[in-house]
Design a protein around this ligand. Structure first.
Ligand SMILES: Cc1cc2nc3c(=O)[nH]c(=O)nc-3n(C[C@H](O)[C@H](O)[C@H](O)COP(=O)(O)O)c2cc1C
Length: 444
């Protein structure tokens, strides 16, 4: 049965925000890219609001045009979260690490050590890499998809087996007896086509046993893998209908892998710029957009509105003649939203400032509008929770915690406080340790 409370986490992928111009805002320190105190401050803010986790994506190459913006991804997710772990107490810490390069022994050790030092608050976003730039950094070319996922399956199985290699039964250090019972700290001896490990891993169970496994909803291969291994799946549906379908697909993938679909949570991406009024929020977004070249988005908008012309007056509402000929593309929620905003009298620049072309559904508006979006999706079974993206962290995270969280609590759809201490508790997941017999059978 679905929980009555939604799960909320923040994508803290760099220290500025999801908008590429956030670093240029006068109230932002442009040196934040390398400042761990800033990451810690945002994680603590999120913890103050009782949010279940912070999340760091990763791409394994220098991603971004440095002339225009900072590197889009964090210097190193695991190292960063090790520092955040020491400065926080309850919030979950989800690190992305690719299955395509690092040997499972190292992946297993780093993630479980982080889980132990954070007292059971770690999640692993296990992704196969996909960009040639990432493979080039390991002297490789992108392999065929089947090989990429074959390696992912092997890596997931070896990592989980290693996590379980120091059994609970090994006990606690006994100064008069054994430090740990070696009979319960055993090798795993797994060898596949791509990776393998002997084990055991020198890391005992954490408070939640082992890290929670998060995986993205990607191609059929990715969904099948998520059905087998993931505790939590993240995706970017663009509408409630798409969210519902994706959540159902993920649940079916879990059922096909012999699991109870209730044990897999689906989180949808959502983006926000929050203001005291919708106009304030739009002003903030416009200040960010002012640093980007909007000629491309304006042409795209014209096409999305079904118009054959360029906008010569982007700050004026559409003319009656233009309004008479706008048409939404059928089945395209972005186009439908753009048409609705243009018809409501917003200028092309303002339609863009409503974030119609963000890669996930975004709200530029008040705390109530943000809460409405989350509630509507949650109650429609389009998601069990959300990966929150803020245009500008320096205003967005505090704004969400102080103004949106109280509304969600008042509506009874977000917990008043942390009910448990581990990330597994925050997600409402059952205990899990080591490679399950279900997966071990698959691994043969
Ligand atoms: C919501 C979401 C989050 C993702 N996060 C990352 C990430 O942090 N790092 C990464 O290298 N790939 C990330 N990916 C990409 C996937 O791992 C995958 O490589 C990509 O979707 C292509 O998958 P395919 O080969 O199955 O089509 C993400 C994908 C989705 C849908």
């Amino acid at each position: 049965m679905k929980s009555e409370h939604m799960i909320l986490g923040i994508a803290l992928t760099n220290n500025f925000g999801a908008h590429p111009a956030a670093w240029r805002m006068p109230h932002v320190d442009p040196g934040s890219y390398t400042n761990i105190d800033v990451t810690v401050e945002y994680a603590r803010m999120a913890e103050r609001g009782g949010l279940q986790f912070v999340f760091i994506a990763d791409r394994l190459f220098l991603h971004g045009d440095l002339a225009a913006s900072h590197p889009l991804f964090n210097m190193d997710p695991i190292v960063t979260l090790a520092a955040v772990a020491q400065a926080t107490e309850r919030i979950g810490l989800v690190a992305t690490a690719s299955t395509s390069f690092t040997e499972p022994y190292l992946l297993a050790r780093q993630l479980k050590a982080l889980d132990v030092i954070s007292h059971g608050r770690v999640g692993w976003n296990a992704v196969p890499s996909f960009e040639p730039d990432a493979f080039a950094n390991f002297g490789k070319e992108v392999p065929p998809r089947e090989n990429k996922y074959e390696r992912l399956h092997e890596a997931m199985q070896v990592v989980q087996a290693l996590w379980g290699s120091w059994g609970y039964e090994a006990g606690q250090p006994d100064q008069q007896g054994m430090f740990a019972d070696p009979a319960h700290v055993k090798p795993v001896n797994l060898h596949g086509t791509h990776v393998g490990a002997r084990g055991p891993l020198p890391v005992p169970p954490s408070e939640q046993g082992q890290p929670v496994i998060v995986m993205p909803a990607s191609s059929g291969y990715g969904l099948q893998a998520a059905g087998m291994y993931a505790n939590v799946v993240i995706g970017m549906p663009s509408s409630i209908e798409e969210g519902r379908t994706l959540r159902d697909t993920v649940r079916q993938a879990a059922a096909q892998a012999g699991r109870d679909p209730e044990e897999i949570k689906f989180l949808a991406f959502a983006g926000f710029t929050i203001g005291d009024t919708e106009h304030d929020a739009l002003d903030s977004r416009r200040a960010l957009d002012a640093w980007t070249d909007i000629r491309g988005p304006l042409s795209r908008l014209s096409a999305y509105l079904g118009l054959q012309q360029q906008f010569t007056r982007p700050d004026e509402p559409l003319t009656p003649a233009q309004l008479a000929s706008v048409r939404a593309h059928p089945h395209d929620v972005r186009s439908a939203r753009a048409v609705a905003l243009a018809k409501a009298g917003w200028s092309p620049r303002d339609v863009l400032a409503h974030a119609v072309f963000d890669p996930y559904p975004s709200v530029v508006g008040t705390a109530e509008q943000v809460a409405d979006h989350l509630q509507e999706w949650f109650e429609a079974d389009a998601a069990d929770g959300f990966m929150l993206n803020f245009d500008d962290f320096s205003t967005g995270i505090g704004g969400f915690v102080d103004h949106v969280v109280p509304v969600l609590r008042e509506r009874g759809i977000f917990p008043d406080r942390y009910e448990g201490s581990t990330l597994r508790d925050h997600f409402g997941l059952p205990p899990q340790y080591g490679i399950t017999t279900r997966i071990a059978r698959t691994a043969g």
